[in-house]
Design a protein around this ligand. Structure first.
Ligand code: RM4
Ligand code: MN
Length: 387
């Protein structure tokens, strides 16, 4: 391989992976939320835990918040709390899916009063971004219908477009929104933003501050996600990722757990497509229902790093040459050679150069942080989905 090891390490050192505040709280399925020990009770404590992930990996300096799960009186103070812990607040995630009013939709609801309420929340999220200094507003809508004939599919697109235009107008100069899509669930018949094409079409109409976010768990089985990534990057419309993995429907398992090869293929397109910059946000969107949460996040960050390292190791010159020579097997061999490289020693070396422990999982386990939060957070209401 001709790729320079030092260059690969320098690129990995620059990587930024954002962790989600909700990953630190209790979570589960609609069947059961299992309570874990030491779970944060407040947004501040979630940030404290996120800071641990950064402390042991060195590449997770931001934490995404979710409103109203992380509702506080003073967002500037929350941002200050984060800074004191060595991290900053990243994307603000809106939530227009957990209120009784939203049973038939939020911004696409046939009732204009419900639409106005949802829009008000989205605009409030931009106010929060002003206070926290966040660049990105992540918009995910659970809107859709369950039964044919329930509502007018096209009218719902009009309502969606109207709300998005109002949010777009409100964005500040250095702010953007990331429009997320999801194939289905909670709506079972139509979803108003079911795929990247729908998201892309809305974003294209609005302008450069509207970008598509690819949640890796939100596609039909067999979807070629790296193709979507390559296409969106070519169009300058890839705003970021919500990383996770899934075996069936959206289930928010650890990124790289189900299909590390897919993650590598995605990172290859990101790097080749010029997306390995701050303009593309690498966020985790996961829940740790049965595994411990902070180690789950550390493992996830490491999984992204490993896929990235392998993608950086692709011998691009040799790959191009094989492609030009129509050498199908040769090109595939160059690609697979990078994927099959064990990058763990390289990442351990990088961590040592960064003044970190080469083994973040073991270092966290030794740190005593879990025992501390287990004891300190005995009383009070743990954050999470309840149940
Ligand atoms: C959605 C979507 C959003 C996340 C919520 C909690 O399925 O992935 O990004 O904010 O879940
Ligand atoms: Mn998501």
């Amino acid at each position: 391989m001709t790729t320079d090891r030092a260059q690969v390490k320098a690129a990995l050192r620059r990587q930024r992976i954002e962790t989600p505040s909700w990953a630190y709280g209790n979570s589960g399925t609609r069947f059961k939320v299992f309570a874990q020990q030491g779970v944060p009770r407040t947004p501040q404590e979630k940030i404290d835990d996120a800071a641990q992930v950064h402390r042991f990996t060195g590449v997770a300096p931001t934490v995404a918040v979710h409103i109203p799960w992380d509702k506080v009186d003073d967002y500037a103070a929350l941002a200050e709390h984060a800074r004191e812990r060595g991290v900053t607040i990243g994307a603000v995630n809106s939530n227009v899916f957990q209120d009784d009013d939203y049973m038939l939709g939020s911004v696409t609801n046939p009732d204009p009063k419900v639409r106005a309420k949802a829009l008000k929340h989205l605009l409030e999220c931009v106010d929060i971004m002003d206070a926290t200094g966040s660049r990105d507003l992540k918009l995910w809508f659970s809107d859709g219908t369950n039964y044919p004939g329930q509502d007018d599919i096209r009218a719902r697109q009009d309502r969606l477009a109207e709300a998005l235009a109002a949010v777009y107008e409100r964005l500040g100069e250095n702010q953007r929104f990331l429009l997320e899509y999801k194939l289905f669930e909670p709506a079972f018949y139509t979803t108003d933003l079911p795929d990247w094409g729908t998201s892309y079409a809305h974003c294209l109409k609005l302008g450069p501050k509207a970008q598509v976010v690819v949640d890796t768990g939100h596609h039909a089985p067999g979807t070629n996600i790296e193709f979507i990534v390559a296409f969106l990057l070519r169009e300058g419309k890839l705003g970021g990722f919500d990383f996770n993995s899934r075996f069936y429907a959206d289930d928010d398992l650890m990124v790289g757990a189900a299909d590390p090869f897919q993650l590598f293929r995605i990172m290859h397109e990101v790097i080749q497509g010029g997306g390995y910059t701050d303009d593309v946000a690498f966020m985790l969107d996961q829940c740790h229902n049965i595994e411990p949460k902070i180690p789950g996040q550390i493992r996830s960050v490491m999984n992204v790093q490993e896929a990235t390292a392998k993608a950086l190791l692709v011998d691009v010159e040799a790959l191009r040459e094989a492609q030009q020579n129509r050498d199908v097997l040769g090109a595939n061999a160059v690609f697979m050679d990078a994927y099959n490289t064990d990058v763990r020693p390289l990442l351990a070396e990088l961590r040592e150069e960064m003044g970190l422990d080469p083994d973040p999982m073991a270092a966290y386990a030794r740190s005593g942080y879990f025992e501390k939060i287990r004891d300190e957070r005995k009383d009070g209401q743990a954050a999470g989905w309840g149940a």
